[in-house]
Design a binder for this molecule. Structure first.
Ligand SMILES: *Cc1c(COP(=O)(O)O)cnc(C)c1O
Length: 227
């Protein structure tokens, strides 16, 4: 199938659900992103600030850019003018920097808190108590240029569906706990970003509102051609 066929396939699959697709375009050239765009896709995910910054001016202005990878504070400035949603917030320090850059560009930057739900040591993210500490802090209450819209997580890389289901259910539980404690009745706190090419169906059945799909749309990534 072509990229456009893959996009249409996902869009018809998601029609009428509460879940939308972020096409993960990391490592892929702008020509392929344009192909997906021409197929109707507007939301794209990148995991490196520099790569997103380089691609952004080469594509139509109505592309929604989602940061889904670990973001270093000194790189926030590259994406602050245009980024649509930073899904990978994992510290108060990072939120403070995003706020500062938001202020500089006179915008409020939407963010998700990234949670650690996998068993793998390498995955980034907060646990529930760390997230509570951030949201309770005086420092957080002073931030006027960031808005927390929900949670994000990356599940363990496994085929064990019962295991994946537990991790997705755990993330949904974190979302519900935070909504009750910090965001009751707040309409913009609504996102649960979970599910990738291999596990998005399970994620949707556990309440995902954003799936982040790369290889099932663009094919396998070739990391050897990136710098
Ligand atoms: C690369 C990546 C994805 C997409 O992975 P695929 O398996 O290619 O669908 C999703 N989420 C994050 C955080 C990623 O880094």
């Amino acid at each position: 199938m072509t990229i456009q066929e893959n996009i249409r396939d996902f869009q018809s699959r998601l029609a009428g659900t509460n879940c939308r697709l972020i096409a993960v375009s990391k490592t892929h050239p702008v020509e392929l992103i344009q192909e997906a765009y021409d197929g109707g896709q507007r939301a794209f995910g990148e995991n490196k600030a520099q790569e997103m910054k380089d691609k952004q001016p080469q594509l139509p202005a109505d592309v929604e850019w989602h940061m889904i990878g670990h973001l270093q504070t000194n790189k926030v400035k590259y994406i602050a003018p245009f980024v649509h949603l930073i899904q990978s917030v994992d510290s108060l320090r990072l939120l403070q920097e995003i706020d500062k850059q938001g202020q500089k560009h006179s915008r409020v930057i939407d963010c998700l808190l990234q949670f650690y739900i996998a068993e793998e040591e390498t995955k980034f993210g907060l646990d529930l108590e760390e997230a509570r500490q951030i949201l309770r802090s005086d420092e957080f209450s002073q931030l006027g240029n960031v808005r927390i819209c929900g949670v994000m997580g990356v599940a363990t890389n496994t085929n064990d569906s019962a295991h994946l289901q537990r991790e997705f259910a755990r993330l949904r539980g974190y979302f519900e706990a935070l909504r009750e404690e910090f965001f009751p009745g707040v309409a913009h706190f609504k996102e649960i970003s979970m599910g990738m090419s291999s596990d998005y169906q399970l994620a949707i059945s556990e309440g995902s509102t954003i799936i982040r799909v790369g290889s099932a749309i663009f094919g396998n990534r070739d990391y050897s051609i990136t710098t």
